[in-house]
Design a protein around this ligand. Structure first.
Ligand code: GAP
Length: 434
């Protein structure tokens, strides 16, 4: 894990936020490679959840939201974690995250004491004020989940899209939770991105669709390169279930510190639509004009986190091996996920190579995200591209001026192949197997 955190900082994936001021409370900034990779994670999710499905549409709802939404959804009353204070060092902890000592009593991770206050519910929502007056009528909340946007727009979407259950509304974006104990790098932060889909189904079919989405979502991680023995599905116990859920299972990943949640897949029943219908006085149900049937759909919700998914791909892809007697670090990322798909590497900075190298870069940049690097030795440039997960390197050398061909090097095998420039786009796109 330390090695990964080092790589993230050194190569520009993730920086501690406000580092020039000593950092800021478990917040992180995504650097040049981090934004590329996060975009790819979201794009891969969007592709599988929206682009390839006729019955799923997108949404981008507001982050600043009315307290009425959170009152109706139950988050104001129930979205809490149990908070305890250590009586010895005065630090605050999430009671359900404390490890037990030999005698079974929880231990303070800071000072080792066993003496805590009684647990009290701590609401995780960030509260703020909209407009210049900071009174109760101006209170708003930063959304703690992207969901709710889906439910309060249910009737709008139905009106514009003529959908029939089963259908889904998908959304990606920032959510905010005032976590008591953020940690494990970007695993638990107070500001994070979610990818959530609410799938509206006839109530009698909910259990079947829940099973369907458990499999679909598990397979998505495997298809993008996570070995299935580093993943598991874990069903929540009744005590663990969120206030809205009839059944939830998590896709968990084997992080260096143990199993941790990547995604929760919940059967939210008709809880949210009914709650908003009651609070708003609006009708939030589906009317089937052909059968005359009217009902409130149940909702199956696959809800994933961008940062955790990114981390899982990096941890699963992180390998060290030896090439030509030299140790190398290689990030074996799926081409769809890797920050760059191609690196264009002129063998030399000499003027004679510049026009052809620029031409190759332009050609490749039109079809893939490309890095262009003409500094240092070619061996060191290959090492850098291996470390950041670039699947293919295209090298332009002096012979390229004569034979109008370039060398394509594979990250995983390090095998090099000479390819005519006029067949480069075709060869590379086939090799990346989009
Ligand atoms: N709408 C349901 C929902 O929000 P959740 O299990 O609380 O469910 C879904 O969150 C996903 O969002 C989690 O599986 C995780 O990947 C991500 N997530 C939740 N809290 C997070 C946090 N504090 N930091 C980073 N990611 C988080």
């Amino acid at each position: 894990m330390d090695e990964l955190v080092r790589l993230c900082k050194a190569r520009g994936f993730v920086y501690p936020s406000a580092e020039v001021y000593g950092g800021f409370r478990s917040t992180y900034d995504y650097g040049p490679l981090g934004v590329l990779m996060a975009r790819n994670v979201k794009e891969a999710w969007w592709r599988s959840m929206v682009q390839l499905r006729r019955e799923v549409v997108g949404l981008d709802a507001a982050i600043l939201s009315s307290p009425k939404i959170w009152e109706a959804s139950g988050h104001l009353a129930n979205f809490t974690d149990p908070l305890v204070d250590c009586r010895s060092c005065k630090q605050r902890w999430r009671a359900d995250h404390l490890e037990a000592g030999e005698d079974g009593r929880p231990i303070c991770p800071n000072c080792g004491a066993h003496d805590f206050t009684d647990a009290r519910p701590f609401n995780l929502m960030f509260k703020t004020f909209v407009g210049p007056v900071e009174d109760e009528s101006a209170v708003a909340y930063l959304r703690p989940e992207t969901a709710q946007g889906h439910f309060v727009n249910f009737a709008n979407v139905l009106q514009t899209e003529h959908l029939r259950p089963p259908f889904g509304i998908a959304q990606m974006g920032k959510s905010f939770r005032n976590e008591i104990t953020p940690g494990n790098f970007v695993f638990r932060t107070r500001e994070f991105e979610q990818m959530e889909m609410e799938y509206f189904v006839p109530p009698d079919d909910a259990a079947r669709w829940h099973e369907y989405w458990l499999k679909e979502r598990f397979d998505w991680y495997v298809c993008l390169g996570i070995p299935s023995d580093m993943l598991r599905l874990r069903h929540h116990t009744p005590e663990e279930l969120s206030h809205y859920s009839a059944a939830t299972a998590d896709v968990e990943f084997l992080f260096p510190w143990g199993w941790g949640e990547l995604e929760g897949i919940a059967n939210r029943t008709d809880y949210d639509l009914k709650a908003h219908a009651k609070a708003s006085g609006q009708t939030l149900e589906y009317f089937d004009a052909t059968t005359g049937e009217r009902y409130v759909p149940y909702v199956i919700e696959p809800a994933a986190g961008v940062a955790r998914t990114m981390m899982a791909f990096m941890i699963a892809g992180y390998h060290t091996d030896e090439v030509g007697g030299e140790a190398r670090t290689v990030l074996r990322l799926h081409p769809r996920i890797a920050p760059y798909q191609v690196a264009v590497l002129p063998l030399s900075k000499k003027d004679t190579l510049v026009p052809l190298s620029a031409q190759v870069y332009e050609m490749m940049a039109a079809v893939a995200m490309c890095d262009y690097d003409e500094t240092r030795s070619i061996g060191r440039r290959y090492r850098r591209q291996d470390e950041i997960g670039t699947p293919l390197c295209v090298t332009i050398d002096f012979a390229s001026l004569e034979d109008k061909a370039v060398t394509v090097r594979d990250r995983d095998t390090t095998v090099q192949e000479r390819v005519p420039i006029d067949r480069l786009v075709e060869t590379v796109t086939a090799r990346l197997a989009w």
